[in-house]
Design a protein around this ligand. Structure first.
Ligand code: V0V
Ligand code: CO
Length: 141
């Protein structure tokens, strides 16, 4: 079902303060930046690798509102790893399979993700405390 690690989502207080750390440490560059109002985030995607199975990124997430998933996470736990996202070829069949096996989904149908991707989250309580995202990327991303 899973084709790659698409991204690691990291909660940050400030994109402007954190992006330079990744540039300096690893020479990563921001290839996409976007506000996702429904998710309450301003995000930056830094490319790690373009592989045969698709690309992998670090996703830095700054909250647009305190009362958003990342805003609440920062208030409770401080900055750090927020979620892991796996690439899938067909998110509809992946969600159908998880529903059949009884996993608690935050999104039963896909919602809008980075750069036109279709995404859905599995509840952290269902996977040992790890918020998990599935991503069906747009061709070429
Ligand atoms: C919350 N909890 C987490 C967590 N966030 N555990 C692990 N990792 C996280 N990131 C735990 C929290 O500690 C509580 O545990 C419990 O879940 C309930 O937390 P809460 O603060 O009361 O929050 P809720 O219940 O209002 O919301 C939690 C969920 C929410 C997971 C339902 O964060 C959500 O809908 N997340 C999915 C959307 C999202 O994260 N969007 C931002 C990224 P205790 O205290 O009960 O033990 S957007 C993105 O990645 C995009 C656009 C993309 O990639 O394209
Ligand atoms: Co994400």
């Amino acid at each position: 079902m899973l084709s790659r690690i698409d991204h690691v989502g990291i909660a940050v207080a400030s994109l402007a303060d954190t992006i330079p750390l990744y540039e300096e440490a690893f020479g990563l560059t921001v290839v996409h930046q976007e506000d996702n109002d429904r998710q309450g985030v301003r995000e930056a995607m830094l490319l790690v690798n373009n592989g045969e199975a698709g690309s992998s990124y670090v996703q830095l997430l700054e909250p647009l509102r305190e009362d958003s998933p990342v805003g609440k996470f920062l208030a409770k736990r401080g900055p750090g790893i927020h979620h892991i996202a796996y690439g899938v070829a067909d998110i509809d069949s992946a969600l159908a399979a998880l529903t059949t096996t009884g996993f608690d989904l935050v999104n039963k149908t896909p919602v809008h993700g980075t750069a036109g991707s279709r995404i859905a989250f599995v509840h952290p309580k269902a996977l040992g405390g790890v918020l998990t995202e599935l991503v069906e990327a747009v061709e070429g991303h």
